[in-house]
Design a protein around this ligand. Structure first.
Ligand code: NDP
Length: 234
């Protein structure tokens, strides 16, 4: 039976690959966007994940069209890099509010309906940076590490109601986010990847789809690295 899937930031990049992968299995898929509209064939809901009212409205719109969310993929995220001594408070907090606060707001909303149905899947898109740390990304790495604590707390709170909460931690993935990296930094990062290349967004999507599949019914509170070996040992 088709499930109701919501992917935040599913209008492009990794989120879009995730949305397309669920759609290919026959699920009903909605994506959030911030004014760009949704790619062909996906239900678009306008939503900035830092605004609780927009989150509530987006869930209402999704529910009206495709039913309560069965699978939430919290993927929306930003970077705003600077070495820590030069990083401003707003710069630190804005990244936290989007990457971690957004996951909190959307999963809190999704969990309410999942609890009523006594089933549901939540997947957070973290990053290898959250596990290893990353120079110039104290805000981003802290937000991505925070997702692990958030997911594991929710996994404990919601597990007895048939809801799983897991984390996917990608390495370097070919999207707009990595396109803006200086060429030397990008080459250096690829050089550190045992598989020796950057990932295609579809390679992240397949792990997300698996976590939402019946085959992953006994997996919760897990952090699945999809990073070409970049974070091995962490
Ligand atoms: P992109 O920059 O390509 O896309 C980011 C997405 O997040 C866009 O859809 C954007 O929407 C959305 N977004 C940003 N801020 C908000 C907000 N306040 N409210 C709602 N949506 C928002 O990034 P990627 O596809 O590369 O990254 C997706 C996720 O994967 C992120 O969480 C990122 O941290 C993580 N990740 C990425 C890696 C990579 O190498 N690319 C590696 C590890 C993790 P809009 O179009 O409106 O701007």
């Amino acid at each position: 039976m088709a499930r109701s899937v919501l992917v935040t930031g599913g209008n492009r990049g990794i989120g879009l690959a995730v949305a397309r992968a669920f759609q290919a299995q026959g699920d009903a898929v909605a994506v959030t966007h911030r004014g760009s509209g949704a790619p062909e064939g996906l239900l678009g809901v306008e939503c900035d994940v830092t605004d609780p009212d927009q989150v509530a409205r987006a869930f209402g719109e999704v529910e009206a069209v495709q039913g309560p969310v069965d699978v939430l993929v919290s993927n929306a995220g930003i970077t705003d890099d600077r070495l820590m001594l030069r990083m401003t408070d707003p710069q630190f907090l804005r990244v936290l509010d989007t990457n971690l606060g957004g996951a909190f707001r959307t999963s809190r909303k999704a969990a309410a309906a999942m609890l009523r149905k006594r089933q549901g899947r939540v997947v957070f898109i973290s990053s290898v940076a959250g596990l290893r740390g990353s120079e110039g990304q104290a805000n981003y790495a802290a937000s991505k590490a925070g997702l692990v604590g958030l997911a594991r707390s929710l996994a404990r709170e919601l597990g007895s109601r048939g809801i799983t909460v897991n984390v996917v931690a990608p390495g370097l993935v070919e999207t707009d986010m990595t396109a803006k990296l200086p060429e030397a930094r990008r080459a250096q990062m690829i050089g550190d990847v045992p598989l020796g290349r950057i990932a295609d967004p579809a390679e992240i999507a397949s792990a997300v789809v698996w976590l939402a599949s019946p085959g992953a019914s006994y997996v919760t509170g897990a952090v699945i690295p999809v990073d070409g070996g970049l974070g091995m040992g962490h």
